[in-house]
Design a protein around this ligand. Sequence first.
Ligand code: SAM
Length: 234
Amino acid sequence: MEFYLNAIDRCGGSVLELGVGTGRIAIPAAAMGHDVMGVDVNRPMLDRARLKSTAAPLPGKLQLIEGDMSKIDLPHKDFDLVIIPAHTLALLTDEHDQAETLIRCAEHMALNAALIFNLFSPTDDLIRGDSDETFLLGVVEDDENGVRHVLTGTNEFDTTRQINRCTQVIETLNADGESIDREVLQVLFRYLHHHQVIEMLETAGLQVIDVFGDFDGSPLTDDSEEMIYICRLK
Ligand SMILES: C[S@@+](CC[C@H](N)C(=O)[O-])C[C@H]1O[C@@H](n2cnc3c(N)ncnc32)[C@H](O)[C@@H]1O
């Protein structure tokens, strides 16, 4: 999140976030004084973002729009920065929709604008690894209700279709550490290899300025868990 907020601060202008979710990045960006437009296909997510955005006055303008990022056609086509954080491009499980999204990004960028997005890197270890292995995705403390939510995941990779079926479990624990609720979600990702991302960007009329393998700015290697792209119009 800090990586994206720093990029927003550096760009100094208007921001378009695709897959804005509950406004984890968009709201602090508007709080920093930036005009932010956030697009999301999921109305409950946007409702939560709207509610969160009313907690404190925002010096920047925050506009939240319901829509599919692979089909956006917004009145403004001159954003200074377009971002797709949190592996969201991989949530489009169709190659055509992923490619279309990058084309839509290019269409909405001002001449000197940047596009920044990150995807998980399909390392050999990951996609050919043990599919039964459960890993920790995060822990959210809900102090108000005295509970904690523990999010774990299990991956199952289809290396032909480049699909990762991730089974995510949200376990809610009370103050004594006892489980009081358990929710299971299936999330599908279509992962991309680095060379495929480059080809898609090329087709969209975009060029890569920088690629990182981590948010600390380290280079992309075969072992990197992240693929972070900074692009401009060609
Ligand atoms: C992993 S969340 C990321 C939220 C936010 N960007 C963040 O970093 O906290 C992905 C978001 O993308 C949205 N999303 C998935 N497919 C989408 C699509 N085709 N068009 C727009 N939003 C989409 C989901 O509803 C979800 O809110």
